[in-house]
Design a protein around this ligand. Sequence first.
Ligand SMILES: Cc1cc2nc3c(=O)[nH]c(=O)nc-3n(C[C@H](O)[C@H](O)[C@H](O)COP(=O)(O)OP(=O)(O)OC[C@H]3O[C@@H](n4cnc5c(N)ncnc54)[C@H](O)[C@@H]3O)c2cc1C
Length: 179
Amino acid sequence: MESTNVLVVGAGPTGLTSAAALTARGVHTTLVDAQPEGANTSRAAAVAARTLEVLEEIDVSERLVKNGIQARNFSIRDHGRVLIPLDFSGLPTNYPYTLMISQADTERVLGERLEELGGRVVRPKKLVAVRQDVDGAVASFDDGCSRRSTISASTRSRSRDRFAASIVSSFARICAAPL
Ligand SMILES: Cc1cc2nc3c(=O)[nH]c(=O)nc-3n(C[C@H](O)[C@H](O)[C@H](O)COP(=O)(O)OP(=O)(O)OC[C@H]3O[C@@H](n4cnc5c(N)ncnc54)[C@H](O)[C@@H]3O)c2cc1C
């Protein structure tokens, strides 16, 4: 059975960001996704300023900005009539705009950064079960493989609890930022 410190399931924006952030901190992380390749469908079209601020931590914001279009003003219209005008230009941030970029591009940039850091997405690999004990958790996949993840908030070790808690809090900060 293979072993990893942290298993991240799902290589969407959340999983890619989490895996890159953990890998950048030297945490051995395995990222798996059930799909044979990244989705190229129409999903999110915009990244908010706060997300760009958070993604500075893993050196991705500038790359996204280079790949997107800065929309300082945005309006919701009914034909020619403006219903809701939005002006981002006065926001107290380095990114006073909404960045128009397709989710496929966002995921590509995050995936490239993860690879630069030495990580990758293992695909196709679908999680089917997780069993947890005092030493961590064992994840099982539909190809018959299992992988032990050694960091678990339920561990009895105090230092490992603190370490796990700090990772969980990093996740919370990353995941709290809207895409
Ligand atoms: C049409 C559309 C338009 C949208 N527009 C916007 C927008 O403008 N702005 C915005 O902020 N958001 C938008 N969203 C929402 C945005 O796409 C999601 O918020 C975003 O994809 C969530 O990212 P995620 O990483 O959490 O999950 P996901 O992108 O859903 O990724 C989850 C991943 O987990 C994998 N997975 C699932 N189960 C397993 C398993 N058992 N084992 C292994 N892998 C697994 C899946 O294959 C998938 O790759 C839109 C969504 C849609 C569908």
